[in-house]
Every structure is written in C-alpha cells, then in structure tokens.
Design a protein around this ligand. Structure first.
Ligand code: ADP
Ligand code: ZN
Length: 433
C-alpha cells in the first residue's frame, strides 16, 4: 500500500519544483534563525537569494558532526525551547551525543515519514505493530512508535531487551509487524528457534529493520527465522531519526522521502557532488525542519543513489544499502575495511552464524586483524581436521574480499554477547599517539 501517493508517486518535475521551493525557504529560515550557519554562509559568500536552482545547493557550506559538537547542546536550534516539544539524541556510537529538538510539525512529519515505511510493510489500522527498538533518547523506538500511531495501528511499545517477553507478546498479542535493529531481530529469531516456536505460527508478516548496516544473508536469516518479509529503514537523529528512507516490496534500495529530505552524494575527499549512481558520502538537507534544520549535513555514510524506475510505482530516488560509515571504516595495513564486507563473507558459509567480532591490534609496527565468529548451533569445535579445513576456507575468502590477511578464531554457538540494539562489531585495540 502507498501511504501518500501525492508525495511518493509525484512526477519528477513536480517533485523537483517542490524541493526547490522548500529548499529556498529552508535556507532563508536557517540564515535568519541560526547565527552560526549565517556566519558560515557569509564566509562562503553566499546569500539565500543565490539559490535559484536545486543545483545551486552546491554553493552552500556543509554542516558536519564537528559543527554539531561545537554548538553542543542547542546552538543550532532555530526555535526557542517553548516551541520545542521533544528532544532526542544520537546513540553516541561515535563521540559526543548530538541533541536534536523537534517542533510539533517536525513530530508530525516524522510520523508521516515512518508511516510511509510501515505502509510499505502492508500496515493498516488493523495491524499490531511491535516496537522492539530501544525507547528513550535513541530515535529508533519513539520514531517507529510515531509512524505506527500515524497509521492508527495498535502499538506495542516493547522497547528492546527481555527477549523471552518479546516472543511471548508476539504470540499472545499476535504482533503482525515488528520494528527493531536487524541484529536484535536475529537475536529474537535465534531465541524463537531455541524455544522450539514454529515461525510460521507467529502472526508477524513484515519487519522494519534499520539503525545499523546489515547484509543480504542477515536478511535471509531474519526472514526465515521469523517467517516475515524484511524491509530496510534508514535514518539518523541529526536529520530526524528512522524514516529518511525505506525499502519497498521490491527490495531494491530505499525510497527517500524526498519531499522532506534532499539527498546528495559527494566525494568524501574533494567534497564535490557526484553524479547519480556513483558511490560516495551521503549528504542530506532537511526541507521542512523547524527545530534543528540541517543544510548539507555530512552523514559520513557511504552509499549510492539510484533513480531508475521502481516497479512499485513510487517515483522517489532510492539509496542503496549503506556500505558502512567513514567513521566505522577501519584502516588496517593501509587498506580500507568495512565490517559489512566481513559480514558478506561470513554469510556465505552455512557452518557459521552472523555473530562475529573483529579485533584489530598492532604488534610491533604491523596491524593485525582477527575475526572471532561462532559456528552454527549443533557444530562443536572438537574435530581438529574440520576446524582447520574451515579456517583455511574462511581465511582464503576473507583475503579475496579484503585484500589483506585476517586470522580466524572459531567459537561455539552462543559464546558472543547478543545484540539488543546496535551491534558492536569492532574492537580496535591499537593506540595512536
Ligand atoms: P549514532 O550516529 O550515534 O549511531 P543514530 O542512532 O542517529 O546515531 O544512527 C544513525 C546512523 O546509523 C546512520 O548515520 C547510519 O550510519 C546508521 N544507520 C541507520 N539506519 C541504517 C540502515 N538501514 N542501514 C545502515 N546503516 C544505518
Ligand atoms: Zn519501490
């Protein structure tokens, strides 16, 4: 089902006209209400009136994570606190938390953005939406919640954790749509199997999973383990939270809510805009934000845009699966390594689970990288020949993908701690003085 045909299926020209109009308003609003950004624009020698076409956005300065940190906590707010009805904050994966304030209309827009994603999952007022993202300052829980309320579905505000209770509610309350991080969905799927619950007997038909990168094989395991169709939802606190983009039934990238968020891809080194289809750093401009508008916000996420026609009928530009973020990109022996690349390799081996951890260290002057990964349930590490055979195969596959050697250590199923929110995949023990 398409929640908002007018916005999601607009003619490209109509959408671009709307985006330009909103961009002009947003830039003027930012210039008049956020002195820090006005100063940046003055320094760059650009005035709001200079934005005459969408391409003129390239004249504007970027906002970076450092700008947000420098203005901590509320220096980038464009409204006085009496007009701010909600505060959320980034989960703090990297650095200082980022504090974002929402006006009433911002909250409505956020609910609308997520509602479109829930509708892609087939949600209607008759559905029971089970929200197992964490509630609180993290945008996952309350973002999914806002979308479900906009649809008028029945919301189960479970929050994350207590997996046995999650499964009991899924059964007793007949949850039909579940929202959580993909790594927590996998944790729930494992518990479902362990408890001997038949996934086909669960009422859940679709899931909206996001807040962290995940791979195709992870998707396959979640779909099978919970008996549902998985959709990918992307977002970040600075821009609004989940709902910036969501994948439809076609599962070929995430439709960006382009009437609310304007995407660009730039070369992370030169910061020059790249043509559609090329991979680079994703940059977003909010087009209707009142609380904390963001002009050309550098997300650090590595991705590409797609504008070919989607069979679902939506006309919005899509973004591909996020490869990783520049700040979780590891540089090992001078080579760029994303945890998601390792996950793709692991996903190819039936003998392994997707529970893994990468340990990066430095011995002498040389970097080392080690993968700890669990064997599938039922496989016990006591056949030395089998383990050696597996080690050779996995190490070979990793070398092919990463272009550097990575040692592999196998663990028995269930050894590594399970994720209830965003999974922590990397432990970097190197110290750079
Ligand atoms: P933090 O930066 O502290 O993790 P957020 O909770 O706002 O704060 O997380 C936003 C980030 O999470 C995004 O910039 C992106 O890196 C990642 N992310 C969110 N959704 C997805 C998704 N569907 N796929 C891949 N990465 C995602
Ligand atoms: Zn589509």
């Amino acid at each position: 089902m398409i929640w908002n045909k007018e916005m999601e299926c607009a003619d490209r020209e109509v959408m671009r006209d709307l985006q330009l109009k909103r961009l002009q308003e947003e830039v003027k609003y930012e210039y008049e209400n956020v002195p820090y950004y006005a100063e940046k624009m003055d320094k760059a020698g650009v005035k709001p009136e200079d934005i005459r076409t969408l391409e003129d956005i390239a004249l504007l300065p970027f906002i970076t994570k450092e700008d947000i940190a420098d203005n901590y906590p509320t220096g980038l707010f464009a409204q006085p606190m009496e007009n701010i009805i909600r505060i959320q904050s980034s989960s703090g994966t990297t650095g200082k938390p980022k504090i974002i304030g929402y006006t009433q209309r911002d909250m409505e827009d956020w609910g609308e953005a997520v509602a479109r994603g829930l509708a892609m999952c087939g949600a209607t007022a008759g559905d029971v939406v089970h929200v197992a993202y964490g509630y609180g300052l993290f945008t996952g829980g309350l973002g999914a919640h806002a979308g479900a309320e906009t649809i008028g579905a029945t919301v189960l505000p479970m929050s994350s954790g207590n997996t046995a209770r999650q499964i009991a509610f899924m059964q007793d309350m007949k949850s039909s749509i579940i929202c959580c991080t993909p790594s927590y969905a996998l944790t729930i799927a494992e518990a479902v199997e362990r408890e001997g619950v038949d996934p086909e007997k669960l009422s859940v038909k679709a899931g909206l999973f996001g807040a962290e990168p995940w791979t195709k094989s992870m998707r396959g395991k979640i779909e099978k383990g919970l008996g549902l169709k998985a959709h990918d939802i992307y977002g970040l606190t600075e821009i609004t939270g989940p709902g910036v983009s969501i994948s439809c039934d076609e599962n070929n990238g995430m439709h960006i809510n382009e009437d609310l968020f304007y995407p660009e891809i730039v070369d992370p080194e030169t910061l020059k805009p790249l043509p559609i289809g090329e991979t680079g750093e994703l940059v977003f401009t909010t087009l209707r934000k009142q609380g904390v508008p963001m002009i050309r916000y550098r997300t650090r996420d590595i991705c590409r845009l797609m504008d070919d026609k989607c069979p679902c009928g939506r006309t919005t530009v899509r973004m591909d699966r996020v490869l990783g973020r520049t700040d979780d990109m590891l540089i090992v022996k001078g080579v760029n390594v994303f945890p998601s690349q390792v996950e793709i390799v692991i996903g190819k081996f039936r003998e392994l689970t997707l529970n893994y951890k990468l340990i990066v260290d430095r011995v002498g002057n040389s970097d080392t990288i080690e993968l700890m990964v669990e064997f599938a349930e039922g496989l016990i590490i006591d056949d030395i020949d089998f383990v050696e055979h597996m080690r050779k195969k996995v190490e070979h596959a990793l070398r092919e993908t990463l272009q550097i050697g990575c040692k592999v250590r196998f663990l028995n199923a269930g050894t590594l701690p399970r994720s209830e929110g965003k999974a922590v995949r990397v432990e970097d023990r190197r110290r750079f003085e």
